[in-house]
Structure formats: structure tokens, C-alpha cells
Design a protein around this ligand. Structure first.
Ligand code: MG
Length: 260
């Protein structure tokens, strides 16, 4: 099931996406009563997807990023693959939605794209045992772990390099029925392919990451884990349209704009 969050006429709601883009009348949203973090009912009230503005599919309390989780990407930046996952935070204010413009950060001259599979947490959890990992996952969405690469090199902590406003596009929706173990993941810039990988090449699996993170902290419904990026990261310029596509989920597109 694909669950989107959207606004229409100033109201915000969640809906189940039905149909696909090839349908003559296009996909529709069946508005759900309540929210997707508990049992919910579909209202039966349907709105064409093209009549709404999609929002980030969740509003995380925190986004936990994992660095250098694909060997080829670690190598392209001159790093070893870490034995223990490298974890960092992106603040909730970094999150932005599908189609939202991303202002180029004023303090950087080297903005990079990083296409990533995002895990959306469905329930409050801590110290999750490996065999219960599936129980705490609501589903998966696309993410772009936008990074001010020059700032990341200069500053030991990545709070500014990876935490600026707009640095965490998420969307277009959460896919709840998906085996994430070996999905194609791609990034294009202005339609040209930049990154192409498979989630099966992750160094630390999603289960490993959830066990590792919840050993330290409580995760809340809507929290997001970014699982690392495959090789091929590279620069973005003002005016570029960057798209992250993950097999079985869809495409997350954002345009880089000049900061106003
Ligand atoms: Mg990343």
C-alpha cells in the first residue's frame, strides 16, 4: 500500500494512492480516517492525485542518517568502509516534500546529491531485537541526503553540512508492502543518470541499522532512517532538477533554487 500525505484547500490528510500513472484518469487518493500509525479506515472519498499538493509523507521527530554504507561510495570519497555504522542526525527542519524547491545553501559552494532508501518507523521502539525489526517498520520511501560536501570536509561534525533547511527531501509516499533487500536505486540530474545501485549492496543491512540505532535511542512513529547512498554522488547547481527513483516506490523530484 502507498500512503501519501497531502494538502488540499488548506487541509492536510493522509491518503492511500490507488491506480498508477499509466491509468487514463491517473492515480487517485482515498482519504484515510485518522493516521497511518494506527489501525485506520479508508473513507472512500477519492481525490485525483494531480489535484493535491503532496507533502513529506511523514513529519519525523528525527532523521538518522547512515554514512558510507555502500563500499563503492565510501571508496569514491577516499574512505574505508566503517566496521560500525556511521550515524548522524538531520533535524526535522531539514525535511521537505516531493516537488518542493531546495534553496542552495549560502555557506557552501559544493552541494551534492545522495540518493537513499529511507526507512519509516511505524511505532515507538527501543532495543529492538533482530527478530522484531519488521514490526517497527511502517514502510519505505525515497530520500535525498543533500550534503554541502565542502562544509562536510571542513567541519568534524556534519550538523551544518547535512542539516541545513531543505537538505532532506522525502517522498513521494510511503510504500508499506515492499521487500527492501535488493531494490534498484537511481539518481538523475536534469534527466541524466548520476547514481545507479542496488540496496542489496548495503554494507550494514536495514535490520542491522535498526538494532544498532535503537540500542542507543528510542525511535518514534514517523522517524526516518537514511540507509546510505550508492556511488556516483556529485555536484548540483542552481536550476538543476534532481530525481531519486527507487524500484517499487517511485520518484522523488526536487529543483535547486537560488536562496532568496
Ligand atoms: Mg548519505
Amino acid at each position: 500500500m502507498r500512503i501519501a500525505r497531502f494538502s488540499i484547500d488548506g487541509n492536510v490528510a493522509f491518503g492511500v494512492v490507488e491506480g498508477d500513472p499509466s491509468d487514463a484518469e491517473g492515480p487517485v487518493l482515498d482519504i484515510i480516517k485518522g493516521h497511518p500509525f494506527a489501525e485506520f479506515e479508508r473513507s472512500g472519498q477519492r481525490i485525483p492525485l494531480n489535484k493535491v499538493r503532496l507533502l513529506p509523507p511523514v513529519l519525523p521527530n528525527k532523521v538518522i542518517g547512515i554514512g558510507r554504507n555502500y563500499a563503492e561510495h565510501a571508496a569514491e570519497l577516499g574512505h574505508e568502509v566503517p566496521e560500525v555504522p556511521v550515524a548522524f542526525f538531520k533535524p526535522s527542519t531539514a525535511v521537505t516534500g516531493p516537488g518542493d524547491p531546495v534553496p542552495y545553501p549560502s555557506f557552501s559552494a559544493e552541494l551534492h546529491h545522495e540518493a537513499e532508501l529511507a526507512v519509516v518507523i511505524g511505532r515507538m521502539c527501543r532495543e529492538v531485537p533482530r527478530e522484531r525489526v519488521q514490526d517497527v517498520v511502517l514502510g519505505y520511501t525515497c530520500a535525498n541526503d543533500l550534503t554541502a560536501r565542502d562544509v562536510q570536509r571542513r567541519e568534524d561534525q556534519w550538523a551544518r553540512a547535512k542539516g541545513f533547511d531543505g537538505s532532506c527531501p522525502l517522498g513521494p509516499w510511503v510504500e508499506t508492502e515492499l521487500d527492501p533487500s535488493d531494490l534498484g536505486i537511481m539518481c538523475t540530474v536534469n534527466g541524466e543518470q548520476r547514481q545507479l545501485g542496488r540496496t542489496g549492496d548495503m554494507v550494514h543491512s536495514i535490520a542491522d541499522l535498526i538494532v544498532h540505532i535503537t540500542e542507543a535511542m528510542t525511535l518514534l512513529p514517523g522517524d526516518v532512517i537514511l540507509t546510505g547512498t550508492p556511488a556516483g554522488v556529485g555536484p548540483l547547481n542552481v536550476g538543476d532538477e534532481v530525481a531519486v527513483t527507487i524500484e517499487g516506490i517511485g520518484t522523488l523530484t526536487n529543483k535547486v533554487i537560488k536562496r532568496g
